[in-house]
Design a protein around this ligand. Sequence first.
Ligand SMILES: [Zn+2]
Length: 205
Amino acid sequence: MRVGDPAVLAAEAVELPNTCIVSRSLDNRMGAFVALEALRLLKRSKPNAAVYAVATTQEEIGWRGGGAKTSATGIDPAAAIAVDVTHCTDHPGVDKNEYGDVKLGGGPVLSRGSSVNPVVFEHLVDTAEAENIPYTLAAAPRDTGTDADAIYTARQGIATGLVSVPNRYMHSPNEMVSLDDLERAAKLLAGFARRVNHQADFIPT
Ligand SMILES: [Zn+2]
């Protein structure tokens, strides 16, 4: 071993009752699952737009972009949605007035704010409403702490949304998410993709 070698705590994934799963690195491996599951759902009823799923690296080293920025630059999408986790606030000691009311199993969290394109945000909310997907809104007036921050400033600017899955004990070897929330997030992404076509306009009015 030398200074700088990476290491992880060897914690196994455990499935718990009430459709919950505990594992290390759910932040953000679950994002890859959600994106791929959305593609699988789209196979059944194909969208009128090209859809790309990307698994990126180097997000949490400062949100300068890493894989998200290079992917967004290479693909040049009309719109992009970052998929990430967000902290649950449904445990003692959290000030919900400050951090919002984010529940495990409460459905995806949709952020709005300076990194998020308002048209993409409205499409996400409309999709959730139309498909009866429970969701929570989150205000992100500054950076979001996700790949969305790198994507929306890529190229000449890319219309970007952010869908987050509630995660309890984030950044520990025992992160917990609800499998229901993963499926809801995938359904939301697939529904969003079906709502847009090549003429979609993401310029806010
Ligand atoms: Zn994280």
